[in-house]
Design a protein around this ligand. Structure first.
Ligand SMILES: *Cc1c(COP(=O)(O)O)cnc(C)c1O
Length: 426
């Protein structure tokens, strides 16, 4: 199974003789064993199997296998949301006194987690701009730096990072590189192929794709050398809270994802529900059909906006002439740049409000990546907790309108936008 389309449809659940063709929803908190010894072996990780749904469940397991196969990773762990995926992914490497680096143009929720909440817990995030040079990024690194965080396509700044440059810095210093690939999905970009070690997703977005379930997932590339790496004592010293396990030695290539589960998920308890895992798998079965359609519809929208008199600027990485166009050709499959388009509307906040009210097909929702088109004005919604300086750092202006272009018919989408743009200027 090499083709990404085949993996979307078939990877993960494999029925045995007489079993249901479609993955079952195992709606059970616990699992039964005949002897106490079997149960103890599971707790000791001597045997693999399910015993309590917080730590794993067959339905989540099928989704985890599917996404690990799509990303080319050694293992994955499903979580309750994208935010809990990022929280567990980062704290699996960092504790109080540690620091990590992050691109500054990231999703607003992640920005707050990094800049406020983790800081209060003693974990310091050091931000760098999208255009930072290798030397500028290196200047932020010290012996307590545990990871570098990027978004494959920054939401909503629409910036594509230079993977090769950032991966070179991470490799030179032996630091884990982590990427949030929510907006690209493995159909467009597989970050592990570009030197990323840990991939995180908000599966709420394109993986589900139907605005039906909130969820997240963490994928481990299984290649990062934790063993003997002085930067990561917690992977090399016996863990008193888990039977003295030495993760880099005892869990081998799956050290990171094993620790994320038996420590991170054990203690934070942000597991995905079986029903949501099932809905997410349903979504992924058509991901390879949806992403090209989202991308081509969004490109048509970006082209239209580019020449429109009510539009000050357009950002769409797949648009020829965009600052990120060359990186799309280099890192994203088939020149696809996903379904998000941002633009600056003439007339600022008031025009943005008139524009949104006049739309018929595009719904005003705090969501993206739905198969249905939707619209949002970040400065008055998702990013309203940010100060003006933080807004600029996150790449957001008050006239920025964010479109998440769906998979409806292109001509209907364009007609709706053209009409609303006209109304916005009245
Ligand atoms: C939505 C989103 C998140 C947060 O995910 P939730 O599932 O809403 O918790 C994280 N990163 C990106 C890029 C997102 O778009």
């Amino acid at each position: 199974m090499k083709n990404i389309a085949t993996k979307c449809v078939q990877a993960g659940y494999k029925p045995k003789n007489g079993e249901p063709r479609v993955a079952p929803i195992v709606q059970s908190t616990t699992f039964y064993y005949e002897t106490p010894e079997e149960m103890s072996d599971l707790f000791d990780l001597k045997k693999s199997g399910y015993f309590y749904t917080r730590l794993g469940n067959p339905t989540m397991g099928y989704l985890e296998e599917k996404v690990a196969a799509l990303e080319g990773g050694v293992g994955a762990m499903a979580t309750a949301s994208g935010m809990s995926a990022i929280l567990i992914a980062v704290t699996n490497l960092c504790e109080a006194g540690d620091n990590f680096l992050s691109m500054s143009t990231i999703y607003g929720g992640t920005y707050n987690l990094f800049n406020v909440t983790l800081r209060k817990l003693g974990i310091e995030c050091r931000f760098f701009g999208g255009e930072a040079t290798e030397a500028e990024i290196e200047a932020l690194i010290d012996s307590k730096t545990k990871l570098i965080f990027i978004e494959t396509l920054a939401n909503p700044a629409m910036l594509v990072p230079d993977f090769a440059r950032i991966a070179a810095v991470a490799q030179k210093h032996g630091i884990v590189l982590m990427a949030d690939s929510t907006l690209t999905t493995p159909v467009i970009c597989r970050p592990i192929e570009h030197g990323v070690n840990i991939v995180v997703h908000s599966s709420t977005k394109y993986l589900d794709g139907h605005a039906a379930s909130v969820g997240g997932i963490i994928v481990d590339d299984g290649k990062f050398p934790y063993l003997g790496n002085p930067r990561y004592p917690r992977f090399n010293e016996p863990d008193a809270s888990y039977h003295g396990m030495v993760f880099a030695k005892d869990a081998g290539a799956a050290a990171y994802i094993t620790r994320a589960r038996v420590i991170g998920m054990r203690d934070f308890g942000a597991q995905m529900a079986p029903m949501n895992a099932w809905l997410t798998m349903k979504g992924i079965e058509t991901l390879h059909l949806r992403m090209p359609r989202h991308s081509s519809n969004a490109l048509a929208v970006a082209r239209m906006l580019k020449g429109h008199p009510a539009v000050e600027w357009v950002k769409y990485a797949g648009l020829p002439g965009d600052a990120n166009f060359d990186k799309v050709q280099k890192y994203f499959d088939g020149g696809m740049a996903s379904g998000m388009v941002t633009f600056g509307i003439k007339g600022g906040r008031e025009a943005a409000a008139r524009f949104q009210k006049a739309l018929r097909l595009f719904a005003i929702v705090t969501h993206i990546a739905d198969c249905r088109s939707c619209v949002l004005h970040p400065a008055s919604t998702t990013h309203r907790q940010l100060s003006d300086t933080d807004l600029i750092a996150a790449g957001i202006s008050d006239n920025l309108v964010r479109l998440s272009v769906g998979i409806e018919g292109e001509s209907d989408i364009l007609e709706d936008l053209l009409n609303a743009l006209e109304e916005s200027q009245k």
